[in-house]
Design a protein around this ligand. Structure first.
Ligand code: NAP
Length: 232
C-alpha cells in the first residue's frame, strides 16, 4: 500500500513508538494522522490530529471510531508492561491488566474500526506484537502471555478480514529504546528503525515484520528441536 494521501490512526501516540509512527507517517506523506492518546493534550506532534482514546474503555473506542470515520490504516500500538511472577499472589490481576490493554484493547479497536476499513476499500491493520509472543522470560509472564494471545488474535483477524481486503500486519520487535524498557541494559532498536521496517512492509503488502536479529533468531528457532521458549 502506498501511504501517501492515506488517513491513519495510531493508538498510544503520545510517546514512545507511537509518537515515532505518527512523525514518520506525516513525513511519508499521509494526508492525516490521528494520534490516539488517553490524554490528547499530551500529544505534541506538529501536524497530527490528537484524539482521546483509552483502548480499555469500549465507549472511548466507539467514540474514536465515530470521530475517525475516514481512516484506512489503523496501528494498534498502545501497550502495557509490568513485571511480576506468574506465581505471585496478584498474578491473576497482573495478567488481567495486560490482557485488558494488549489483547482486548487491540480487539476493541480492531472490531470498532473494521467497518471503517471496509468502507475505505480494505486498508490495513497493523498490530504491534513482540518477540515475547514466542517466549516468556521469568518475571515477564503476564506481558508475554498477553502478547502470545495478541499474536493469536492478529492471526484470527487476518483470516476474518481477508474477505474485505484488509491487510493485517503483525510486528515483532525485541527491545525498543522507549520508556517501557528504560531500566533494561541491552541492545535496543530505535523506534525509528521499527517504524521504517513496518512502513516498508506496508509498502510491500507483507504480513509480518521481524525487527532485529533477535526476532529473526527466535522465530527461526520455533521449528527446531531447541526452540528458544524451552530455554528461558
Ligand atoms: N519497548 C519495547 O522494548 C517493546 C518491545 C516489543 C514490543 N513493544 C510494544 O510496542 C508498543 C509500544 O510500546 P512503547 O515501547 O512505545 O511503550 P511506552 O513507551 O511505554 O508507551 C506506551 C504507550 O501506550 C499507551 N497506553 C497504555 N495504556 C493505554 C490505554 N489503556 N489506552 C491507550 N493508550 C495506552 C501509553 O499512553 P500513556 O502515556 O497514557 O501511558 C503510551 O502512549 C507496545 O505495544 C509494546 O508492547 C515494545
Amino acid at each position: 500500500m502506498d501511504i501517501r494521501g492515506k488517513v491513519v490512526l495510531v493508538t498510544g501516540a503520545n510517546r514512545g513508538l507511537g509518537k515515532a509512527f505518527v512523525t514518520a507517517l506525516l513525513e511519508a506523506g499521509a494526508a492525516k494522522v490521528y494520534a490516539g492518546a488517553r490524554n490528547p493534550a499530551s500529544v505534541d506532534i506538529p501536524g497530527s490530529t490528537p484524539v482521546a482514546l483509552d483502548i480499555t474503555d469500549a465507549a472511548s473506542v466507539q467514540h474514536a471510531a465515530e470521530q475517525c470515520s475516514d481512516v484506512s490504516v489503523v496501528i494498534n500500538n498502545a501497550g502495557f508492561l509490568q513485571y511480576g511472577s506468574l506465581l505471585a499472589e496478584d498474578s491473576v490481576e497482573n495478567l488481567q491488566q495486560h490482557f485488558d490493554v494488549n489483547t482486548f484493547g487491540t480487539l476493541r479497536v480492531s472490531r470498532a474500526f473494521a467497518p471503517t476499513l471496509a468502507r475505505q476499500g480494505g486498508g490495513a491493520l497493523i498490530n504491534v506484537l513482540s518477540v515475547l509472543s514466542w517466549l516468556s522470560p521469568p518475571g515477564a509472564g503476564g506481558y508475554s502471555t498477553s502478547k502470545s494471545a495478541q499474536w493469536g488474535l492478529t492471526n484470527g483477524l487476518r483470516g476474518e478480514l481477508r474477505s474485505q481486503g484488509t491487510l493485517v500486519i503483525g510486528v515483532h520487535p525485541a527491545y525498543i529504546d522507549t520508556d517501557m524498557v528504560a531500566d533494561v541494559q541491552a541492545p535496543k532498536s530505535t523506534p525509528q528503525e521499527v517504524v521504517a521496517l513496518t512502513l516498508q512492509a506496508l509498502a510491500e503488502d507483507r504480513e509480518e515484520v521481524l525487527v532485529s536479529d533477535t526476532s529473526h533468531g527466535v522465530k527461526a528457532s520455533l521449528s527446531t528441536d531447541s526452540p528458544v521458549y524451552l530455554n528461558h
